[in-house]
Ligand binder design. Structure first.
Ligand code: ZN
Length: 310
């Protein structure tokens, strides 16, 4: 009360930094190898700012947001993917959701995590996520039941964990490489990802050659930082397999929460709790976990919700 309200519309506005974020899908070997490559710098920075993520948390959220966006791209319109990852580390858990039109949103249960860097100088994402736990993927394909796949975490570094998930749960051998470079002022300086999938009939030499091609690119975040575009990355990975770029899809951080949706969450609380908020604070503030938007509900609205309980 009395403090100036934080305007939620700031979080809702399109972020110009995200204008440069996009993914490409490409095929090689007559459609038997699929590569998705993305630049996600703007949306990772948007996630960092919205959630006040500290550097290790920003890298973890950015990696899971990038991988989830890539996983959603091949779905049909109206589909969605939700990923949750928890490994017992200080982040508490990560959640991301994405749609095939390029919308993605993500958060960490504990945003204020910053660990000392690893010996190789990289952010210790594995240490922040933890290694004892599961990666869970829920794909809503518009069917009666969503598809749910789970896989034990391999390293908590997220890229390895998605690679293991694809093989174990979807029986698709491949490779997922993710990178988020955090720069001055803890801002996300560059971010991106690659998802390589070997489809039935892929050439026998593909696993080794693709792995070598990916290794030759170096760290994805560094490649993006050096100005390499997603289509260049995809073509470099598919080198030797007659690559074709199929589509280019813009990516952005976007949440579809609404006042009405958060009101329903509030309506689910016991009437006693609603009354306590009304009497003690004169209002209730509900924060969307995915995007950190705040919604305020005044005393009158709380009274109406209490009354609706009968
Ligand atoms: Zn939201």
């Amino acid at each position: 009360m009395g403090s100036p309200p934080r305007p939620p519309e700031v979080a809702a506005r399109e972020d110009p930094a995200e204008a440069g974020d996009f993914a490409v899908s490409a095929l090689g070997a007559d459609g038997r190898i699929q590569v998705l490559a993305a630049r996600t710098t703007g949306l990772c920075e948007s996630a960092r700012r919205r959630h006040d993520l500290w550097p290790t948390a920003a890298a973890a959220v950015g990696r899971v947001a990038t991988a989830t966006a890539l996983l959603a791209l091949p779905l049909k319109d109206g589909g969605s993917v939700t990923v949750s990852l928890s490994g017992g580390g200080p982040l508490g858990g990560l959640v991301a959701a994405a749609r095939p039109d390029g919308e993605v949103r993500a958060y960490a249960l504990e945003p204020h995590v910053d660990l000392p860097p690893r010996a190789d100088g990289k952010l210790d994402v594995g240490g922040a996520v933890g290694r004892q736990g599961l990666l869970r993927v829920t794909k809503d394909l518009g069917l009666q039941r969503p598809y749910v796949g789970t896989c034990p975490l391999v390293s908590g570094e997220i890229g390895d964990d998605f690679t293991a998930y694809l093989l174990r749960s979807e029986q698709v051998p491949g490779l997922v490489a993710l990178g988020v470079l955090v720069g001055a002022g803890a801002r996300v300086r560059s971010a991106g990802g690659l998802m390589v999938q070997l489809l039935p009939g892929a050439p026998d030499d593909a696993p080794e050659r693709l792995e070598a091609n990916v290794a030759a690119l170096g760290a994805v975040s560094r490649a993006i930082d050096a100005g390499r575009r997603p289509e260049e990355l995809a073509l470099a990975v598919l080198q030797g397999y007659a690559p074709r770029i199929l589509a280019r899809i813009p990516l952005r951080f976007r949440c579809r929460c609404s006042r009405a949706r958060l009101r329903r969450v509030l309506a689910g609380l016991p009437p006693g709790e609603l009354r306590a908020m009304r009497e003690e604070d004169g209002q209730a503030e509900v924060v969307c976990r995915f995007c950190a938007r705040r919604y305020r509900f005044g005393a009158e609205e709380l009274r109406a919700l209490e009354a609706a309980h009968g």
